[in-house]
Design a protein around this ligand. Structure first.
Ligand SMILES: *Cc1c(COP(=O)(O)O)cnc(C)c1O
Length: 414
Protein backbone atom coordinates (compact mmCIF):
# COMPACT_ATOMS: atom_id res chain seq x y z
CA UNK A 1 0.00 0.00 0.00
CA UNK A 2 1.20 3.50 -0.73
CA UNK A 3 1.57 5.91 2.14
CA UNK A 4 -1.04 8.59 2.75
CA UNK A 5 -0.16 12.25 2.27
CA UNK A 6 0.29 12.68 6.01
CA UNK A 7 2.85 9.88 6.15
CA UNK A 8 4.88 11.10 3.19
CA UNK A 9 5.76 14.75 3.67
CA UNK A 10 7.07 16.48 0.54
CA UNK A 11 8.92 19.74 0.01
CA UNK A 12 10.10 21.87 -2.91
CA UNK A 13 13.50 20.16 -2.60
CA UNK A 14 11.87 16.90 -3.67
CA UNK A 15 11.04 18.46 -7.03
CA UNK A 16 14.65 18.31 -8.17
CA UNK A 17 14.87 14.68 -7.10
CA UNK A 18 11.79 13.26 -8.79
CA UNK A 19 10.62 15.65 -11.50
CA UNK A 20 11.93 16.30 -15.00
CA UNK A 21 13.73 19.68 -14.86
CA UNK A 22 11.63 21.46 -17.51
CA UNK A 23 10.14 23.73 -14.80
CA UNK A 24 11.69 25.64 -11.94
CA UNK A 25 8.81 26.13 -9.52
CA UNK A 26 8.79 28.70 -6.75
CA UNK A 27 10.07 27.88 -3.26
CA UNK A 28 6.63 27.54 -1.67
CA UNK A 29 4.02 24.87 -2.32
CA UNK A 30 0.38 25.99 -2.27
CA UNK A 31 -1.99 23.44 -0.80
CA UNK A 32 -5.41 25.08 -1.01
CA UNK A 33 -7.26 27.99 -2.52
CA UNK A 34 -10.51 29.87 -2.18
CA UNK A 35 -11.60 32.59 -4.57
CA UNK A 36 -8.57 34.78 -5.23
CA UNK A 37 -6.60 33.64 -2.17
CA UNK A 38 -4.21 30.71 -1.90
CA UNK A 39 -2.48 29.14 1.14
CA UNK A 40 0.87 27.32 1.22
CA UNK A 41 2.16 24.41 3.32
CA UNK A 42 2.96 26.79 6.19
CA UNK A 43 -0.51 28.33 5.96
CA UNK A 44 0.91 31.57 4.56
CA UNK A 45 -1.73 33.30 2.48
CA UNK A 46 -1.35 34.85 -1.00
CA UNK A 47 -3.47 37.14 -3.15
CA UNK A 48 -3.73 35.51 -6.57
CA UNK A 49 -3.11 37.91 -9.48
CA UNK A 50 -1.88 34.97 -11.59
CA UNK A 51 -5.09 32.97 -11.89
CA UNK A 52 -3.17 29.78 -12.64
CA UNK A 53 -1.98 31.46 -15.88
CA UNK A 54 -5.40 32.67 -16.99
CA UNK A 55 -7.04 29.37 -16.07
CA UNK A 56 -8.88 29.86 -12.77
CA UNK A 57 -11.06 32.64 -14.19
CA UNK A 58 -13.74 32.04 -11.56
CA UNK A 59 -11.27 31.74 -8.71
CA UNK A 60 -10.25 28.67 -6.76
CA UNK A 61 -12.82 26.10 -5.66
CA UNK A 62 -15.83 28.07 -6.90
CA UNK A 63 -18.71 26.49 -4.92
CA UNK A 64 -20.89 25.80 -7.99
CA UNK A 65 -18.01 24.16 -9.82
CA UNK A 66 -17.07 22.06 -6.80
CA UNK A 67 -20.63 20.87 -6.55
CA UNK A 68 -20.89 20.03 -10.28
CA UNK A 69 -17.56 18.19 -10.10
CA UNK A 70 -18.71 16.16 -7.10
CA UNK A 71 -22.10 15.43 -8.61
CA UNK A 72 -20.71 14.28 -11.96
CA UNK A 73 -17.91 12.46 -10.12
CA UNK A 74 -20.50 10.25 -8.53
CA UNK A 75 -22.35 9.68 -11.81
CA UNK A 76 -20.05 8.98 -14.75
CA UNK A 77 -16.44 9.88 -15.51
CA UNK A 78 -15.57 8.32 -18.81
CA UNK A 79 -17.02 6.30 -21.66
CA UNK A 80 -14.69 6.75 -24.65
CA UNK A 81 -15.91 8.26 -27.88
CA UNK A 82 -17.62 5.02 -28.85
CA UNK A 83 -20.51 6.65 -27.01
CA UNK A 84 -21.46 10.27 -26.61
CA UNK A 85 -22.56 11.79 -23.30
CA UNK A 86 -24.99 14.37 -22.02
CA UNK A 87 -22.53 16.96 -20.59
CA UNK A 88 -20.56 17.06 -23.87
CA UNK A 89 -23.70 17.56 -25.94
CA UNK A 90 -25.03 20.24 -23.60
CA UNK A 91 -21.73 22.15 -23.55
CA UNK A 92 -21.39 21.94 -27.35
CA UNK A 93 -24.96 23.20 -27.82
CA UNK A 94 -24.30 26.14 -25.54
CA UNK A 95 -21.05 27.00 -27.31
CA UNK A 96 -22.77 26.85 -30.70
CA UNK A 97 -25.66 28.99 -29.48
CA UNK A 98 -23.34 31.67 -28.09
CA UNK A 99 -20.73 31.88 -30.88
CA UNK A 100 -20.17 31.63 -34.66
CA UNK A 101 -19.55 27.92 -34.21
CA UNK A 102 -21.77 25.19 -35.63
CA UNK A 103 -19.54 22.28 -34.67
CA UNK A 104 -17.27 21.59 -31.68
CA UNK A 105 -14.38 19.19 -31.09
CA UNK A 106 -13.31 18.62 -27.50
CA UNK A 107 -9.73 18.00 -26.42
CA UNK A 108 -7.83 18.15 -23.12
CA UNK A 109 -5.37 20.99 -23.56
CA UNK A 110 -4.78 24.08 -25.61
CA UNK A 111 -1.99 22.49 -27.58
CA UNK A 112 -4.29 19.64 -28.55
CA UNK A 113 -7.05 22.01 -29.66
CA UNK A 114 -4.56 23.89 -31.86
CA UNK A 115 -3.16 20.62 -33.18
CA UNK A 116 -6.71 19.71 -34.24
CA UNK A 117 -7.22 23.16 -35.79
CA UNK A 118 -4.03 22.99 -37.86
CA UNK A 119 -4.70 19.42 -38.95
CA UNK A 120 -8.25 20.36 -39.91
CA UNK A 121 -6.99 23.31 -41.98
CA UNK A 122 -4.61 21.04 -43.90
CA UNK A 123 -7.28 18.36 -44.39
CA UNK A 124 -9.83 20.90 -45.54
CA UNK A 125 -7.38 22.26 -48.09
CA UNK A 126 -6.52 18.78 -49.29
CA UNK A 127 -10.19 18.08 -49.94
CA UNK A 128 -11.14 21.39 -51.51
CA UNK A 129 -8.06 22.86 -53.15
CA UNK A 130 -4.85 22.06 -54.99
CA UNK A 131 -2.18 19.77 -53.61
CA UNK A 132 0.08 22.75 -53.18
CA UNK A 133 -2.18 24.39 -50.58
CA UNK A 134 -0.26 23.26 -47.47
CA UNK A 135 1.33 26.40 -46.04
CA UNK A 136 0.43 27.76 -42.64
CA UNK A 137 1.29 31.34 -41.76
CA UNK A 138 1.80 32.24 -38.10
CA UNK A 139 3.35 35.18 -36.26
CA UNK A 140 6.63 35.93 -34.55
CA UNK A 141 6.49 35.61 -30.79
CA UNK A 142 3.25 33.63 -30.95
CA UNK A 143 2.52 30.75 -28.61
CA UNK A 144 0.25 27.89 -29.64
CA UNK A 145 1.31 24.95 -27.45
CA UNK A 146 4.06 22.38 -27.12
CA UNK A 147 3.22 19.56 -29.49
CA UNK A 148 5.74 19.50 -32.32
CA UNK A 149 3.24 20.99 -34.81
CA UNK A 150 1.97 23.72 -32.46
CA UNK A 151 5.35 24.65 -31.02
CA UNK A 152 6.58 25.05 -34.59
CA UNK A 153 3.59 27.28 -35.33
CA UNK A 154 4.58 29.35 -32.29
CA UNK A 155 7.15 31.87 -33.39
CA UNK A 156 9.70 31.32 -30.62
CA UNK A 157 12.80 29.52 -31.94
CA UNK A 158 14.10 28.90 -28.40
CA UNK A 159 11.19 26.51 -27.85
CA UNK A 160 11.90 24.37 -30.92
CA UNK A 161 15.67 24.19 -30.58
CA UNK A 162 16.91 20.61 -30.36
CA UNK A 163 13.59 19.11 -31.43
CA UNK A 164 14.33 19.14 -35.16
CA UNK A 165 13.34 18.01 -37.72
CA UNK A 166 10.29 20.23 -37.37
CA UNK A 167 7.07 19.94 -39.41
CA UNK A 168 7.50 21.88 -42.63
CA UNK A 169 5.29 24.41 -44.37
CA UNK A 170 4.98 26.88 -41.51
CA UNK A 171 6.09 30.48 -42.05
CA UNK A 172 6.27 33.39 -39.63
CA UNK A 173 5.74 37.10 -40.11
CA UNK A 174 5.82 40.00 -37.63
CA UNK A 175 2.65 40.46 -35.56
CA UNK A 176 0.47 43.50 -36.26
CA UNK A 177 2.25 44.00 -39.60
CA UNK A 178 -0.31 43.66 -42.38
CA UNK A 179 2.16 44.45 -45.17
CA UNK A 180 4.40 41.62 -44.02
CA UNK A 181 1.45 39.24 -43.99
CA UNK A 182 0.29 40.39 -47.42
CA UNK A 183 3.77 39.71 -48.77
CA UNK A 184 3.76 36.21 -47.25
CA UNK A 185 0.31 35.25 -48.54
CA UNK A 186 -0.41 33.34 -51.72
CA UNK A 187 -2.88 30.68 -52.80
CA UNK A 188 -0.70 27.96 -51.27
CA UNK A 189 -1.60 29.16 -47.77
CA UNK A 190 -4.26 26.93 -46.18
CA UNK A 191 -4.47 28.77 -42.85
CA UNK A 192 -3.35 31.74 -40.82
CA UNK A 193 -3.21 31.17 -37.05
CA UNK A 194 -3.18 34.17 -34.74
CA UNK A 195 -3.77 35.09 -31.10
CA UNK A 196 -6.06 38.16 -31.06
CA UNK A 197 -4.01 39.19 -28.03
CA UNK A 198 -0.57 37.61 -27.84
CA UNK A 199 -0.20 36.16 -24.35
CA UNK A 200 3.10 34.39 -23.72
CA UNK A 201 4.69 36.65 -26.33
CA UNK A 202 4.24 39.69 -24.07
CA UNK A 203 0.54 40.68 -23.79
CA UNK A 204 0.27 42.41 -27.16
CA UNK A 205 -3.25 43.09 -28.45
CA UNK A 206 -3.77 42.92 -32.20
CA UNK A 207 -4.85 46.20 -33.78
CA UNK A 208 -8.42 46.03 -35.04
CA UNK A 209 -7.33 47.13 -38.51
CA UNK A 210 -4.72 44.40 -38.52
CA UNK A 211 -7.21 41.64 -37.66
CA UNK A 212 -9.65 42.95 -40.27
CA UNK A 213 -6.84 42.88 -42.80
CA UNK A 214 -5.88 39.34 -41.81
CA UNK A 215 -9.49 38.29 -42.39
CA UNK A 216 -9.54 39.97 -45.80
CA UNK A 217 -6.25 38.36 -46.89
CA UNK A 218 -7.51 34.93 -45.79
CA UNK A 219 -10.68 35.45 -47.83
CA UNK A 220 -8.72 36.59 -50.87
CA UNK A 221 -6.50 33.49 -50.79
CA UNK A 222 -9.09 30.95 -49.62
CA UNK A 223 -7.18 30.35 -46.41
CA UNK A 224 -8.85 29.51 -43.12
CA UNK A 225 -8.45 31.99 -40.29
CA UNK A 226 -7.71 30.34 -36.93
CA UNK A 227 -8.04 32.42 -33.75
CA UNK A 228 -6.14 30.95 -30.82
CA UNK A 229 -8.24 32.26 -27.92
CA UNK A 230 -6.86 29.79 -25.41
CA UNK A 231 -5.65 32.60 -23.13
CA UNK A 232 -7.77 35.62 -24.10
CA UNK A 233 -11.07 33.79 -24.66
CA UNK A 234 -13.71 32.78 -22.11
CA UNK A 235 -14.32 36.27 -20.78
CA UNK A 236 -10.79 37.49 -20.17
CA UNK A 237 -11.06 40.29 -22.75
CA UNK A 238 -14.38 41.40 -21.29
CA UNK A 239 -16.20 39.69 -24.16
CA UNK A 240 -17.08 35.99 -24.08
CA UNK A 241 -14.51 35.61 -26.86
CA UNK A 242 -12.17 38.34 -28.03
CA UNK A 243 -13.30 38.01 -31.67
CA UNK A 244 -16.66 39.45 -30.58
CA UNK A 245 -14.99 42.59 -29.32
CA UNK A 246 -12.94 42.94 -32.50
CA UNK A 247 -15.92 42.24 -34.75
CA UNK A 248 -13.77 39.86 -36.81
CA UNK A 249 -15.00 36.27 -37.07
CA UNK A 250 -12.55 33.41 -37.60
CA UNK A 251 -13.23 30.10 -39.35
CA UNK A 252 -11.80 28.09 -36.48
CA UNK A 253 -11.36 29.14 -32.85
CA UNK A 254 -9.59 27.31 -30.07
CA UNK A 255 -10.41 27.59 -26.38
CA UNK A 256 -8.88 25.95 -23.30
CA UNK A 257 -7.40 27.39 -20.06
CA UNK A 258 -10.44 29.11 -18.44
CA UNK A 259 -12.89 26.75 -20.15
CA UNK A 260 -12.33 24.24 -17.34
CA UNK A 261 -11.26 26.69 -14.62
CA UNK A 262 -8.52 24.18 -13.80
CA UNK A 263 -10.15 20.95 -14.91
CA UNK A 264 -8.43 19.95 -18.16
CA UNK A 265 -10.65 20.60 -21.18
CA UNK A 266 -10.21 22.35 -24.51
CA UNK A 267 -12.42 22.95 -27.50
CA UNK A 268 -12.05 23.66 -31.19
CA UNK A 269 -14.96 25.60 -32.66
CA UNK A 270 -15.73 25.78 -36.36
CA UNK A 271 -18.48 25.86 -38.99
CA UNK A 272 -20.40 22.83 -40.25
CA UNK A 273 -18.81 23.13 -43.72
CA UNK A 274 -15.26 23.14 -42.46
CA UNK A 275 -15.95 20.52 -39.78
CA UNK A 276 -17.05 18.11 -42.50
CA UNK A 277 -13.39 17.61 -43.41
CA UNK A 278 -12.70 15.92 -40.06
CA UNK A 279 -14.22 12.76 -41.47
CA UNK A 280 -14.95 9.63 -39.49
CA UNK A 281 -11.78 8.31 -37.90
CA UNK A 282 -9.57 11.15 -39.16
CA UNK A 283 -8.81 12.57 -35.71
CA UNK A 284 -9.60 11.84 -32.08
CA UNK A 285 -8.70 11.76 -28.41
CA UNK A 286 -9.36 9.17 -25.71
CA UNK A 287 -10.18 11.69 -22.99
CA UNK A 288 -11.48 14.50 -25.20
CA UNK A 289 -15.10 15.32 -24.42
CA UNK A 290 -15.37 13.06 -21.39
CA UNK A 291 -18.43 13.65 -19.18
CA UNK A 292 -16.49 14.82 -16.12
CA UNK A 293 -14.56 17.55 -17.97
CA UNK A 294 -17.62 18.61 -19.97
CA UNK A 295 -19.82 18.86 -16.87
CA UNK A 296 -17.31 21.25 -15.33
CA UNK A 297 -16.90 23.06 -18.66
CA UNK A 298 -20.65 23.51 -18.97
CA UNK A 299 -20.90 25.08 -15.52
CA UNK A 300 -17.92 27.35 -16.26
CA UNK A 301 -19.48 28.34 -19.59
CA UNK A 302 -22.78 29.23 -17.88
CA UNK A 303 -21.03 31.36 -15.26
CA UNK A 304 -18.68 33.18 -17.65
CA UNK A 305 -21.26 33.89 -20.35
CA UNK A 306 -23.31 35.77 -17.75
CA UNK A 307 -23.43 39.41 -18.99
CA UNK A 308 -22.99 40.67 -15.41
CA UNK A 309 -19.74 38.76 -15.03
CA UNK A 310 -18.47 40.02 -18.39
CA UNK A 311 -19.39 43.60 -17.48
CA UNK A 312 -17.48 43.18 -14.23
CA UNK A 313 -14.27 42.52 -16.17
CA UNK A 314 -14.11 46.10 -17.44
CA UNK A 315 -14.88 47.50 -14.02
CA UNK A 316 -12.14 45.40 -12.36
CA UNK A 317 -9.72 46.34 -15.12
CA UNK A 318 -10.30 50.03 -14.39
CA UNK A 319 -9.71 49.49 -10.67
CA UNK A 320 -6.48 47.59 -11.33
CA UNK A 321 -5.22 50.15 -13.84
CA UNK A 322 -6.01 52.99 -11.44
CA UNK A 323 -3.92 51.24 -8.80
CA UNK A 324 -1.08 50.28 -11.16
CA UNK A 325 -0.49 53.72 -12.69
CA UNK A 326 0.90 55.24 -9.45
CA UNK A 327 3.28 52.26 -9.20
CA UNK A 328 4.46 52.87 -12.78
CA UNK A 329 5.05 56.52 -11.88
CA UNK A 330 6.71 55.97 -8.52
CA UNK A 331 9.14 53.09 -9.13
CA UNK A 332 11.71 52.67 -11.90
CA UNK A 333 10.56 49.10 -12.55
CA UNK A 334 7.46 49.37 -14.75
CA UNK A 335 7.33 51.82 -17.64
CA UNK A 336 3.79 51.12 -18.81
CA UNK A 337 0.77 48.82 -18.46
CA UNK A 338 -0.95 47.32 -21.50
CA UNK A 339 -3.28 44.48 -22.37
CA UNK A 340 -6.90 43.61 -22.81
CA UNK A 341 -9.60 43.15 -20.18
CA UNK A 342 -8.06 41.34 -17.22
CA UNK A 343 -4.95 40.21 -19.09
CA UNK A 344 -2.49 42.93 -18.19
CA UNK A 345 1.19 43.31 -18.96
CA UNK A 346 3.35 45.56 -16.78
CA UNK A 347 6.20 46.54 -19.09
CA UNK A 348 9.59 46.28 -17.41
CA UNK A 349 12.15 49.06 -17.54
CA UNK A 350 15.29 48.08 -19.43
CA UNK A 351 17.32 47.44 -16.28
CA UNK A 352 14.78 44.75 -15.40
CA UNK A 353 14.62 42.94 -18.74
CA UNK A 354 15.08 39.21 -18.23
CA UNK A 355 14.60 39.63 -14.47
CA UNK A 356 10.87 39.02 -14.23
CA UNK A 357 11.44 35.94 -12.16
CA UNK A 358 13.15 38.02 -9.45
CA UNK A 359 10.04 40.18 -9.27
CA UNK A 360 7.78 37.12 -9.20
CA UNK A 361 9.77 35.65 -6.30
CA UNK A 362 9.85 38.97 -4.45
CA UNK A 363 6.07 39.20 -4.84
CA UNK A 364 5.69 35.73 -3.32
CA UNK A 365 7.63 36.99 -0.29
CA UNK A 366 5.04 39.76 0.02
CA UNK A 367 2.13 37.31 -0.32
CA UNK A 368 1.26 37.97 -3.96
CA UNK A 369 1.18 35.70 -7.01
CA UNK A 370 2.03 37.27 -10.38
CA UNK A 371 3.31 35.92 -13.71
CA UNK A 372 6.05 36.61 -16.21
CA UNK A 373 5.49 36.82 -19.99
CA UNK A 374 8.61 36.86 -22.15
CA UNK A 375 11.66 38.85 -21.08
CA UNK A 376 10.01 42.20 -20.55
CA UNK A 377 6.60 41.73 -18.98
CA UNK A 378 5.08 41.04 -15.57
CA UNK A 379 1.73 39.53 -16.43
CA UNK A 380 -1.41 39.77 -14.33
CA UNK A 381 -4.33 37.43 -15.05
CA UNK A 382 -6.53 37.55 -11.94
CA UNK A 383 -9.87 35.80 -11.67
CA UNK A 384 -12.61 37.62 -13.57
CA UNK A 385 -14.68 37.72 -10.38
CA UNK A 386 -11.88 38.91 -8.06
CA UNK A 387 -13.31 41.14 -5.31
CA UNK A 388 -12.47 44.82 -4.98
CA UNK A 389 -10.95 44.04 -1.60
CA UNK A 390 -8.63 41.43 -3.11
CA UNK A 391 -7.64 43.80 -5.94
CA UNK A 392 -6.77 46.50 -3.41
CA UNK A 393 -4.86 44.13 -1.13
CA UNK A 394 -2.97 42.68 -4.11
CA UNK A 395 -2.03 46.19 -5.21
CA UNK A 396 -0.75 46.98 -1.69
CA UNK A 397 1.41 43.86 -1.80
CA UNK A 398 2.65 44.74 -5.29
CA UNK A 399 3.63 48.18 -4.01
CA UNK A 400 5.51 46.54 -1.11
CA UNK A 401 7.25 44.27 -3.64
CA UNK A 402 8.33 47.16 -5.84
CA UNK A 403 9.40 49.22 -2.85
CA UNK A 404 11.60 46.33 -1.69
CA UNK A 405 13.12 45.97 -5.16
CA UNK A 406 13.48 49.61 -6.18
CA UNK A 407 16.99 50.93 -6.47
CA UNK A 408 17.92 47.82 -8.41
CA UNK A 409 18.54 45.63 -5.36
CA UNK A 410 17.43 42.21 -6.48
CA UNK A 411 15.17 40.30 -4.13
CA UNK A 412 16.64 37.43 -2.21
CA UNK A 413 16.51 34.51 -4.64
CA UNK A 414 13.89 32.06 -3.51
C1 LIG B 1 -1.57 28.25 -22.89
C2 LIG B 1 -1.71 28.47 -24.34
C3 LIG B 1 -1.65 27.41 -25.26
C4 LIG B 1 -1.30 25.99 -24.85
O1 LIG B 1 -2.24 25.44 -23.99
P1 LIG B 1 -1.86 24.08 -23.19
O2 LIG B 1 -3.11 23.77 -22.45
O3 LIG B 1 -0.69 24.41 -22.32
O4 LIG B 1 -1.51 23.06 -24.21
C5 LIG B 1 -1.87 27.68 -26.60
N1 LIG B 1 -2.13 28.92 -27.02
C6 LIG B 1 -2.19 29.98 -26.18
C7 LIG B 1 -2.52 31.34 -26.70
C8 LIG B 1 -1.97 29.78 -24.81
O5 LIG B 1 -1.99 30.82 -23.98
Amino acid sequence: MSQSAAELPVTRADFDEVMVPNYNPAAVIPVRGEGSRVWDQDDREYVDFAGGIAVTALGHCHPQLVSVLKEQGEKLWHLSNVMTNEPALRLAKKICAATFAERVYFANSGGEANEAALKLARKHAAEHHSEAKRRIVAFDNAFHGRTLFTVTAGGQPAKTEGFEPLPSGIDHVPFNDLDALAAAMDDDVCAVIVEPVQGEGGIVPADTEFLRGVRALCDRHNALLIFDEIQIGMGRSGHLFAYMGYGVTPDILTSAKALGNGFPIAAMLTTADIAASLTLGSHGSTYGGNPLACAVGEAVFDLISDPALLAGVGERRERLLAGLQPLVDKYDIFTDVRGSGLLLGCVLAEAWHGRGREILNAAIEQGLLVLVAGQTIIRLAPALNISHADIDEGLRRLQATLAALDGGTPAKQA
